[in-house]
Design a protein around this ligand. Sequence first.
Ligand SMILES: [Zn+2]
Length: 93
Amino acid sequence: MSSKYMLKNQMEDCVWELLDQVLAQYPEVCKCENCRYDIVALTLNRLPPRYTVRVKGEIYAKLAMLEAQHRADIYQALTQAILIVKQHPRHER
Ligand SMILES: [Zn+2]
């Protein structure tokens, strides 16, 4: 499929942006790349996607951070995902 357009889930950027802030509150949780991706995937599965259409190759300004209620929802979903991955990391400790 070669189109000049692409879909972008802005929720994904927001989750990555808040990930480190929330992870900082859990010093005992593994922060390897595997676990970070697992946490973000679990979090995104719990949140509604926010798709927008973009033109490939164009530069887009970074989204302003979402409003407070939205951030609270992301924080909550991230926290739940962190606790799940903490209990069931997909690799040896
Ligand atoms: Zn890990």
